[in-house]
Design a binder for this molecule. Structure first.
Ligand SMILES: Cc1cc2nc3c(=O)[nH]c(=O)nc-3n(C[C@H](O)[C@H](O)[C@H](O)COP(=O)(O)OP(=O)(O)OC[C@H]3O[C@@H](n4cnc5c(N)ncnc54)[C@H](O)[C@@H]3O)c2cc1C
Length: 381
């Protein structure tokens, strides 16, 4: 609250960024209205899925590794508000084939953050992980402090909570333009005003805020949902998240556990595509994922494909969040690639602090970009 007066805030986009920003502001007593171009939640949003990985190891991106303990804390605050914990700490196992510059700084971060980890002897891999192709393995690292968040369940519960708190949820309300100086938006020819407007439009963000074109690129990423063959079903039913970090693979698999399907994808950004394009992944979209997964897993041809789809996220060159003031009364948020979900409630809590004047714009921009020398202090509880 600025001088005791609740702010009126318009949020554009009802993905995890928009919804958690609405949560952070409404729990501080501000009046929030969320405008979403499609249904809420929107199945074509980056945030819409059965599961997302969260973890502490971040390679050389130590700024983000250092934020992870606070990100875990704020998820717990959110789950307490929701009355349900949509997270399963299944752990993560990283499979490496040859040297990777990721390992050393990640181990340093895990040590610094006191996150338990251990090397898995390569001889144990066939017994413990019969789905993994052991060829060329040089390191296998198993860490705690990692697991699966369940985005669709989180967003459904958040939507109910926000509506109970009086947050305006406007589905099928595409924002055609934003005037960040006046804090107004136009929707279907109508101009709507507030004290602050925050644009959290995911891979569409550069359409509303053209200056973002220089910073982020929407990237079409294919994923497939699979049913493992019966002989591997038991192993998958107790599997952690699996990440194959070898250069030729760079793929991940989320296990079919806790009411979700198994999902595979890879970490190679396409940096192309239009988020309004059809979302059925073509064979061309899927081929790089299949190639990655075939290298990482044994007997990939025995898995049944249940669904394939193309999703979009934004890619920033250094894989940083963009949180910037725009005009006199606006903000824009863009999450970055594959770590936008796990950090989002923390980042939007920081943004809420800047919006209400608890910290300045430069501080929140640097902090959200993962600069290690900036700290916003304790997270909201
Ligand atoms: C395949 C895939 C795997 C991923 N894996 C992980 C992972 O394991 N861990 C992790 O942390 N992150 C992961 N991510 C990244 C993470 O999901 C995203 O960074 C995050 O969900 C982005 O959230 P957002 O709210 O910024 O964007 P979105 O969820 O896209 O939300 C933006 C919303 O704005 C709406 N919108 C756009 N334009 C307008 C307009 N003009 N008017 C009104 N509404 C508008 C959209 O319809 C959309 O609902 C993954 C992403 C993908 C695609």
């Amino acid at each position: 609250m600025v001088r005791g007066v609740p702010l009126k805030v318009i949020v554009v986009g009802a993905g995890i960024a928009g919804l958690t920003l609405a949560w952070a502001l409404s729990r501080r007593g501000h009046a929030v209205s969320v405008y979403e171009q499609g249904p809420i939640p929107n199945p074509i949003a980056s945030s819409f899925d059965e599961h997302r990985t969260t973890r502490h190891a971040y390679g050389s991106m130590t700024g983000y590794a250092n934020l992870m303990p606070k990100a875990f804390q704020i998820w717990e605050t959110l789950f307490r508000d929701l009355g349900r914990r949509h997270y399963e700490p299944v752990g993560i196992v990283y499979f490496m084939r040859g040297g990777t510059p990721w390992l050393e700084p990640s181990l340093a971060s895990l040590n610094q953050l006191a996150v338990p980890y251990k090397e898995v002897p390569i001889a144990d891999v066939p017994g413990r992980f019969p789905m993994i192709n052991p060829e060329g393995l040089t390191h296998v690292l198993e860490t705690e402090g990692a697991g699966m968040l369940f985005p669709n369940r989180i967003m459904s519960d958040l939507i109910v909570l926000l509506s109970q708190r009086g947050v305006g949820l406007h589905a099928y309300s595409k924002v055609d333009s934003v005037d960040p100086d006046r804090a107004t938006i136009t929707v279907g020819g109508e101009t709507i005003g507030a004290d602050v407007v925050a644009v959290t439009a995911g891979p569409w963000v550069d359409r509303l805020i053209p200056m973002l074109k220089r910073m982020v690129t929407p990237s079409r990423q294919a994923v497939a949902y699979l049913a493992p063959p019966p002989e591997l079903a038991e192993a998958w039913s107790r599997a952690p998240v699996i990440a194959d970090l070898s250069e030729e693979s760079r793929c991940y698999a989320l296990p079919p556990r806790f009411g979700t399907r198994m999902k595979v994808g890879n970490h190679n950004f396409t940096r192309e595509g239009d988020p309004d394009a059809p979302r059925l992944a073509s064979d061309d979209d899927l081929e790089p994922v299949r190639r990655s997964v075939r290298r990482a897993f044994l007997g990939f041809e025995r898995y049944a494909e249940l669904e394939r789809k193309a999703c979009y996220y934004t890619v920033e060159d250094k894989e940083q969040f963009v949180v910037r003031p725009i005009g006199a009364s606006g903000w824009v948020v863009s999450a970055c690639s594959g770590h936008g979900f796990k950090l989002q409630p923390l980042i939007t809590d920081g943004l809420a602090r800047a919006i209400v004047g608890e910290c300045d714009a430069d501080t929140v921009t640097g902090w959200a970009a993962g600069r290690s020398n900036v700290d916003l202090g304790e997270v909201t509880r």
